[in-house]
Design a protein around this ligand. Structure first.
Ligand SMILES: N[C@@H](CCC(=O)N[C@@H](CS)C(=O)NCC(=O)O)C(=O)O
Length: 300
């Protein structure tokens, strides 16, 4: 992965996601639209652009599959590697809408002056030819709340009666675990790294205790809180332990977290979204972290 971004519509290799002390600070996403009501005519109108390797996109793929929305929304997958020009398409991973070569072309179609990172996931509106939203949590909520009318309705991941608890878990875990792995991996000083990794493992201990005797984070069924956390857990021993140096313990050393993760992975529409080789390859090819780009054969 060579990190870069668009500035006023032009691709640069700038990457400004650190503060002066070397702390990783994630840039905010720019497209934050919502959809309130859909019609049967909207079948095929929207596309979800993803990479199976990306944890944020992984949330949206899981949700799409759990809700059975594959006939309503087109799934478009990028090559599992971030190249010199960011995410790209290939013979195998085609942009079925426009035949674009790079994902940045989609962003520029939505806004020719766009400034920001070119990230997945993207929820694309093929009728208006614009990006509805590129923030994973907002996309999974929209799938559940707006698109679910056209789904098999097997799951309701954001039950209104549990919404405060679900939102609380998602917020807490984002900071404590999901993004903490990135803050650890992208720390630019020994001091920042040590603080982050120590705190992350304290939080994992807490999570392990919380999951004792529990199948789900909130209530007694699968919710958006589980879907938001799980992609990070699935990347932990596969990639974060090595390349992000999140290595005080392996995730499989946490008994309850490991059982929780494996129980969720037993759900078919989750299992078939987990592609460990793509995950390893994406993270170990981040040039800033691993200049040789060598991907290890094993994992923690
Ligand atoms: N806030 C976004 C984050 C998405 C994100 O950071 N995606 C990464 C992949 S894991 C990406 O596309 N990175 C490419 C880049 O920054 O150039 C979300 O949750 O949807």
């Amino acid at each position: 992965m060579a990190l870069g971004m668009l500035v006023n519509g032009k691709w640069t290799t700038e990457w400004t996601e650190h503060d002066e002390s070397g702390n990783f600070q994630r840039m905010q996403t720019k497209f934050r639209g919502t959809l309130d009501k859909l019609q049967e005519d909207d079948r095929g109108r929207y596309s979800l652009y993803v990479s199976y390797a990306c944890p944020w996109a992984h949330r949206t793929i899981m949700t799409l599959q759990l809700l059975g929305l594959q006939d309503f929304v087109n799934l478009i997958v990028v090559e599992p590697h971030v190249g010199e020009m960011g995410w790209y398409f290939s013979e195998k991973y085609k942009d079925k809408n426009y035949g674009f070569k790079y994902l940045q072309e989609l962003y520029l179609k939505a806004d020719s002056n766009y400034t920001g990172r070119v990230t997945v996931p993207v929820l694309w509106d093929g009728k208006e030819e614009t990006i509805v939203n590129n923030e994973s949590l907002e996309i999974i909520k929209m799938f559940n709340d707006t698109f679910r009318e056209f789904s098999n309705k097997k799951f309701n991941l954001f039950d209104e009666n549990l919404s405060d608890k679900i939102a609380g878990e998602i917020d807490y875990n984002y900071d404590a675990i999901n993004n903490a792995c990135y803050r650890t991996g992208f720390a630019k000083s020994q001091e920042v790294y040590e603080l982050e990794v120590t705190q992350l493992f304290k939080e994992l201990e807490k999570l392990d205790a919380k999951l004792a005797g529990r199948k789900f984070l909130v209530g007694d069924s699968l919710t958006g809180a589980d879907i938001s956390l799980l992609p990070t857990l699935l990347r932990f021993d596969v990639a974060y332990h090595g390349i992000f140096k999140c290595n005080i313990k392996r995730l499989k050393d946490f008994q309850n977290i490991e059982r929780y993760k494996n129980d969720l992975l037993a759900i078919e529409s989750i299992a078939n979204t987990f592609k460990p080789d793509q995950i390893k390859s994406l993270y170990y090819k981040v040039v800033e972290l691993n200049p040789s780009g060598i991907v290890p054969l094993g994992q923690a």
